[in-house]
Design a protein around this ligand. Structure first.
Ligand SMILES: C[S@@+](CC[C@H](N)C(=O)[O-])C[C@H]1O[C@@H](n2cnc3c(N)ncnc32)[C@H](O)[C@@H]1O
Length: 200
């Protein structure tokens, strides 16, 4: 049984304006980079309380929310009726579980730094997409470790964009692009956030 690293903060997660602003910026960057349509079935990896998917939902047909945390999933479930598309919640650890599916796209915000083996996760994303499907993954640029003040299962202090893009290419992705999506302002400093998009 895995630890729910977010159990103590799920209830207050959406109450942090800087976090909400960051995910709103990420959703905007995804919408600028990818043409979404109502026929699409997306996966949101590490969907949490749904801050990202609730902003993408009005533009797609269905979102499968994948998250290992039962406390975060409970927050998302409470939003289901007001979402702009169909929702399925899969409570699994995607590093250790298999998922079948042929998604039109995979979106993700602030989750890849919680993943031990990101090369393997890129390969899993590739298998889970239809031909021509997209990834749109947002996370911290390389930081000094001061972004997190508590242990929520962090395996990477952000990412070097070009290394992250190489990892996507090694998994078979093409048309890889990175761009700046947001900046998280904290008392300890400013933490830039990038978006990587690519096609299978
Ligand atoms: C920092 S939160 C981000 C939540 C949301 N995407 C957002 O931006 O507000 C990271 C989320 O990823 C989930 N997560 C971390 N590792 C995971 C894994 N291996 N499989 C599924 N979910 C995972 C956590 O439970 C948590 O809800």
């Amino acid at each position: 049984m895995s630890i729910d690293h977010f159990a103590h903060k799920a209830g207050s997660y959406d109450g942090n304006p800087s976090r909400v602003d960051n995910v709103a910026n990420i959703a905007g960057a995804i919408r600028n980079a990818i043409t979404l349509d109502r026929s699409m079935h997306l996966m949101d990896f590490g969907s949490g309380t749904g801050l990202l998917l609730e902003r993408i939902a009005p533009y797609v047909g269905k979102i499968t929310a994948v998250d290992v945390s039962s406390s975060m999933n409970a927050q998302l479930l409470a939003k289901q009726a007001g979402l702009g598309c169909a929702l399925e919640i899969m409570e699994i650890d995607l590093e250790t579980s298999e998922l079948s599916g042929a998604f039109d796209g995979i979106i993700s915000s602030m989750t890849m730094h919680h993943i031990r083996d990101t090369d393997a996760m890129f390969r899993k994303f590739h298998l889970l997409l239809k031909d021509g499907g997209f990834i749109a993954l947002s996370d911290l640029d390389r930081e000094d470790g001061s972004f997190h003040t508590e242990d929520t299962g962090v395996h990477h202090f952000g990412f070097d964009r070009s290394e992250f893009a190489k990892s996507a290419a090694a998994a078979g992705f093409r048309m890889i692009q990175t761009s700046s999506a947001s900046v998280v302002h904290k008392p300890r400093g400013d933490f830039p956030v990038f978006l990587l998009t690519a096609l299978r």
